[in-house]
Each structure stands twice: as structure tokens, then as C-alpha cells.
Design a protein around this ligand. Structure first.
Ligand SMILES: Cc1ncc(COP(=O)(O)O)c(C=O)c1O
Length: 373
């Protein structure tokens, strides 16, 4: 299997820990360990103190799988397989589901591995374009048009990276119907789920919507615990889950024991964890709305409906790569040029999950005053 470089991750390898302020991170501000431990119930505290650092159950700790299952309507602990981040889940899923002769339909733009691992696994991949003019919303008729007799997989990301778009319920229902009717498996990357600005907009999970549906989840984004590297696949298709478990024997075998306990603690306290994280995102979103209001005509802002990222556009002739390069060199603020998502529309990703977003935005504004007015 030959994988092309992951453009965004290579860019982060260069800048993530050298730029002073990330205005493009997709995760929510990481929880300090001591604050997370304060949320532990008695059983959680005992598990943490008595933790043995041996191998763990390869499918994931049963108590952790039960807490993950509680995020869904129709999923039980045995329908969950825990991975090292959503990234490992994607890698395993595409390798198990796809091979030469298979076809997959995947939205664009997208987190690169969602399409790249499918391609490298041997599948032909058709991309369904999301467009700024449509508010970056999914057009199900385009998905329908892309389906072929050998389409094994339809993959969407709700809420979406990098745009923060979120399908409405009627659109999602049509997608579910299309998957059921075509026999292609619906996979929903839901790593930003629970960060919908209006909770009424939350979509059903892929694993709940269809018996064969797949949900990809992670502790990194909505839960603010990227350093745990705990992700999962939830599906009621036990045969698929067994094949994924067998694949995982060749990647990580099992998860990090401390991470499993900490994820369990966080999920048991999920209301408090999510409330803190949503408050950060919502406060930053108000600042972004003000900012883009002041810069109307210079930046185009399709307001996200969920998640911790958005995809504004720099209007005019200045290429976004050069603007981003100048910004980070002069002010220490990192934005993510859309070219890293193969975007040609001069967009850039902003991330608003971090507590230093207000400072980063002030610096962006000063730089924009200097270079764009
Ligand atoms: C849509 C999407 N899926 C999966 C991932 C991978 O998540 P993790 O890095 O926590 O494994 C990301 C990370 O940015 C993402 O944005």
C-alpha cells in the first residue's frame, strides 16, 4: 500500500509546535489531567490509582465500550471497537471494506485520510463536492449520481471538517434511504458530533440510522482529549466489527491503559466535559462573527453549524498561501491554507476550540489592517 503524504499533517509537523498561536486547530482545548481527574466518580478514581500498565483487552475495556455505546440510541457495548484515535479507525475500516474493484463515494473537501486510505487500499474513489455557494451542504442527488454497482461505501463527515457544515435532517434521511436502497455502506465520521450550535440540529448517528451503518467517533474533538488517542467504530454489523478487530492485531493490538481509564472518566462526566467545551467554542464563535462582520467584502464567511472549525475565504487576488505564510512569520498566528485540502477557492481553515483564539484574532486583525485594506 502506497500512501501519498498527508498534506495537513505534514504542515502541522512543521508548524503545530513552533507557531505561537494556532488559529486552525480542530480539537477543543485539551483538558489538564488534574481537572479531568476531579470529575472522576469513585470507581473511576479507583481504576486510575490501581491501574496496571499491562496489555489491555484488544477490543477496548468493556466499561469504556459501554460508555461509548451510551452515546448512541441502538448500540450496545459489543457493537463498539476502540482504536488509537479516529485515524486508526479510518485506516482499519478502509482496509477491511475496500480493495481493488471496489468503489467509494466520499465528500470533498475532507480530512485527507478519509479518501486517501480508500484510494491506497485499491478502491476507485468518486468525490462529491461541497460548495460554498450552497453553504457547504451535501447534495444527495450528487451522491446518487456517483453510485455504481460496485459502490461499497458512502462516506460523509457531519459536522464537517473543514467547513463546519452540517446536513439538515431531511437531507440526512435521504442519504440513509439512498444507502439502504443501493446496498452501499453508510459511514459517518462523527468526530465533531455534540458540538452542534443548536443541539436540535444533531443528526442521528450512522450506527443508529442503519443496521450496517458505521459511526466513527473520537475523544479528541468535542471532548477536548486529543492526547488520549482514543477513538472508536460503532456499528451493529458484528461481522464487520470482527474483521476490524482482526485487522487491529496488525496495527496497535490494544489501547493505552491510562488513556482508556481517562476516557472512561470523561465519558461518565460527559455533560460537564461537553458543557465546558461548548462554552469555549460558542464564545469564540461570537468573536468570529464580529470579526467577519467587520471584514465583510474582504473575507467571505459561511458560518459553521457545528464543530470547532470553519472555512472562510480571502476575497481578492492575494493567494491564501502567501497570506498565511506572512501571518505566521510576522505574528505567530497559524491558519491553514485551503490548498492543504486541495481547495482552489482561496479558503482557509480557522479553528475556534482553543482558549487563545481571542488573542490570535486580534493579531490576525492587525495583520489584515496592514496588508489587506
Ligand atoms: C474529520 C476527521 N476525522 C478524523 C480525524 C482524526 O482524529 P484523531 O486525530 O483524533 O485520530 C480528524 C482529525 O482532525 C478529523 O478532522
Amino acid at each position: 500500500m502506497r500512501l501519498h503524504d498527508f498534506a495537513l499533517e505534514r504542515f502541522f509537523a512543521r508548524w503545530e509546535f513552533t507557531a505561537e498561536l494556532l488559529l486552525c486547530a480542530s480539537d477543543v482545548e485539551g483538558w489538564p489531567l488534574h481537572n479531568l481527574l476531579e470529575l472522576a466518580d469513585e470507581d473511576g478514581r479507583r481504576r486510575w490509582h490501581e491501574l496496571r500498565l499491562g496489555y489491555t483487552e484488544s477490543g477496548g475495556d468493556p466499561a469504556l465500550r459501554a460508555e461509548i455505546a451510551a452515546l448512541y440510541e441502538r448500540v450496545s457495548a459489543d457493537d463498539v471497537l476502540v482504536f488509537s484515535g479516529a485515524e486508526e479507525a479510518i485506516f482499519a475500516l478502509h482496509n477491511v471494506l475496500l480493495g481493488s474493484g471496489d468503489h467509494a463515494v466520499i465528500v470533498r473537501p475532507a480530512y485527507q485520510s478519509l479518501a486517501e486510505v480508500a484510494r491506497a487500499a485499491g478502491a476507485e474513489v468518486s468525490r462529491v463536492e461541497l460548495r460554498e455557494a450552497d453553504g457547504w451542504r451535501l447534495d444527495v442527488s450528487q451522491v446518487r449520481a456517483a453510485i455504481r454497482p460496485n459502490t461499497r461505501l458512502i462516506l460523509v463527515n457531519e459536522p464537517h471538517n473543514p467547513t463546519g457544515s452540517l446536513s439538515d435532517r431531511a437531507t440526512f434521511d435521504r442519504l440513509v434511504e439512498l444507502a439502504a436502497e443501493s446496498g452501499a455502506r453508510l459511514v459517518v465520521d462523527e468526530v465533531y458530533r455534540f458540538l452542534e450550535f443548536d443541539p436540535a440540529d444533531r443528526l442521528p448517528a450512522g450506527a443508529d440510522a442503519l443496521e450496517t451503518g458505521v459511526s466513527i467517533g473520537v475523544m479528541s474533538k468535542s471532548f477536548g482529549l486529543a492526547g488520549l488517542r482514543i477513538g472508536w467504530i460503532a456499528t451493529r454489523d458484528r461481522e464487520l466489527l470482527a474483521r476490524l478487530a482482526a485487522f487491529k492485531d496488525y496495527t496497535t493490538i490494544c489501547n493505552a491503559a491510562p488513556s482508556e481509564v481517562l476516557a472512561l472518566i470523561a465519558l461518565r462526566a460527559r455533560d460537564r466535559v461537553l458543557a465546558r467545551n461548548r462554552a469555549i467554542v460558542e464564545a469564540n464563535m461570537r468573536l468570529l462573527d464580529d470579526f467577519f462582520g467587520r471584514w465583510d467584502g474582504i473575507f467571505e464567511w459561511a458560518r459553521p453549524r457545528g464543530g470547532s472549525i470553519g472555512f472562510p475565504r480571502l476575497i481578492g487576488d492575494r493567494p491564501i498561501d502567501s497570506f498565511a505564510e506572512g501571518l505566521v512569520r510576522e505574528t505567530g498566528v497559524l491558519i491553514l491554507p485551503g490548498t492543504l485540502f486541495a481547495d482552489t477557492g482561496n479558503h482557509f481553515r480557522v479553528g475556534y476550540g482553543r482558549t487563545n483564539v481571542p488573542t490570535a484574532l486580534e493579531r490576525l486583525e492587525r495583520y489584515a489592517e496592514k496588508t489587506l485594506r
